[in-house]
Design a protein around this ligand. Structure first.
Ligand SMILES: NC(=O)c1ccc[n+]([C@@H]2O[C@H](COP(=O)([O-])OP(=O)(O)OC[C@H]3O[C@@H](n4cnc5c(N)ncnc54)[C@H](O)[C@@H]3O)[C@@H](O)[C@H]2O)c1
Ligand SMILES: [Fe+2]
Length: 383
């Protein structure tokens, strides 16, 4: 057995922790670049953060214009502002988009722009060699796990890609999870980010790259998904379920960052990028299909997932595994996540390119390996 495990240096999980932000970050910098989600930028909590920083004698520059999923151009822009203001640390408060924008900024401040040079596959192969300035992640969606991962997903509308900038050094120095921040998430965001976390957990559990650490994390996280995702979607003000989902998303990030994902992310990312479907929704549409496809090859694990999601015991592994797949199809239907990609009316001639684009690290971590031709054939049933 052989594995490495990397996660954020420190994790603070507490409802209301945002009211102690300055106390938690003051040892990490003196002049902070605050990358703040637009929904949060004009909130009373943002005003209270400014007061906390003023009272603590900490300087800051706030950027509140992360619109949509972030781009390399945006990362360069924020880095320019941070350098001009002399910032020595970065704090992201927001969804995965905002966290990735801040995470890349922290690395670009010390290693230099442009961000595109560092992007996997499409970049110039430039590496992050100088430690980034301290980075603090405060998630406001319970989904991506970016608060504990070492990559930032950035796209480009100009160059038409969505890829990762990745380094062990980019992992957050401090992750502050305050589930109260997710209370205001609209239903659509709760559904998409929640199903993203569910996909991370189920893929990290079934991948052949599983480790004893990710195994334990996924057991805990999948149980939380079964208990709380539907509840958080039905009643966004239910703090217990928001706490459960914030913990599930965090645990999922710790697991998949070290063990990898699977075909739901491989295909979901390819379709999401080509047809502008939000990341979580695209992966969530694929999830029950991939579970069904993988099930015969990882039956004991799929059976365990069925037990954890439903909280029930079954007469046979097959029944438990079927219950896992059914649970996910039903949960997606309940949350308005489509059962396939047919609503996108993807032209048949696009299928080979989509199948090709699905291949990458996630796909190679899937427990079942299909050829490109086999995927093309499979796509005709779901696209
Ligand atoms: N780096 C990683 O490890 C990793 C992993 C998975 C996904 N991602 C990336 O993360 C991005 C998606 O992040 P996401 O799913 O968190 O969505 P998001 O950050 O794009 O946010 C979705 C929407 O919800 C709003 N929002 C966020 N929190 C809110 C709140 N508490 N109340 C009200 N509105 C709120 C945002 O303003 C935005 O309009 C994608 O770019 C995806 O590729 C990164
Ligand atoms: Fe994801």
């Amino acid at each position: 057995m052989e594995f490495t495990f990397l996660t954020a240096n420190k994790i603070v999980f507490k409802s209301g922790a945002i009211n102690e932000l300055a106390t938690h970050v003051k040892s990490l910098g003196t002049n902070f670049m605050l990358v703040v989600d637009p929904f949060f930028y004009t909130s009373p909590t943002m005003e209270s953060i400014k007061k906390q920083f003023d009272d603590a004698g900490l300087r800051y520059t706030a950027f509140g214009d992360v619109k949509g999923e972030p781009t390399v151009e945006l990362a360069d822009e924020i880095t320019g502002i941070a350098l001009k203001s002399g910032c020595d640390a970065v704090i992201s408060i927001g969804g995965g988009s905002c966290i990735d924008a801040g995470k890349s900024t922290a690395a670009l401040i010390t290693n230099g722009t442009p961000a595109v040079d560092y992007m996997e596959v499409v970049g110039k192969g430039k590496k992050v060699t100088i430690p980034p300035v301290p980075f603090i992640a405060v998630p406001t969606t319970a989904g991506t796990g970016s608060e504990v991962t070492k990559n930032a997903v950035l796209g480009s509308h100009i160059m038409n890609f969505k890829r990762s900038m990745r380094s062990d050094m980019m992992i957050a120095n401090l992750t502050l999870v305050d589930p109260q921040l997710t209370i205001g998430c609209p239903k659509r965001v709760t559904a998409n980010s929640g199903i993203d976390a569910a996909t991370h957990l189920i893929e990290a559990f079934t991948t052949w790259r599983e480790t004893p650490i990710s195994y334990g994390l996924c057991i805990s996280g999948i149980e939380l998904i079964g208990k709380y995702l539907r509840r958080a979607y039905d009643d966004g003000t239910d703090l217990e379920s928001r706490e459960g989902m914030s913990a599930a998303a965090l645990i999922a990030g710790m697991a998949f960052a070290n063990s990898g994902l699977g075909a739901a992310h491989g295909v979901g990312m390819a379709v999401g990028i080509a047809y502008d479907v939000p990341h979580g929704e695209a992966c969530g549409i694929m999830l029950p299909h991939v579970m069904k496809l993988n099930s015969p090859h990882v039956l004991p694990k799929m059976a365990k997932i069925g037990e954890m999601l439903t909280g029930k015991r079954f007469a046979s592994e097959q029944e438990a595994a079927d219950a896992a797949v059914d649970f996910m199809f039903e949960l997606c239907a309940h949350m308005g996540i489509k059962p396939d990609f047919k609503h996108l009316s993807i032209p048949k001639e696009e299928i080979p390119a989509l199948a090709k684009a699905s291949f990458g690290t996630s796909m190679s971590s899937n427990p079942v390996q299909l050829t490109q031709e086999e995927w093309e054939e499979y796509f005709t049933t779901i696209m």
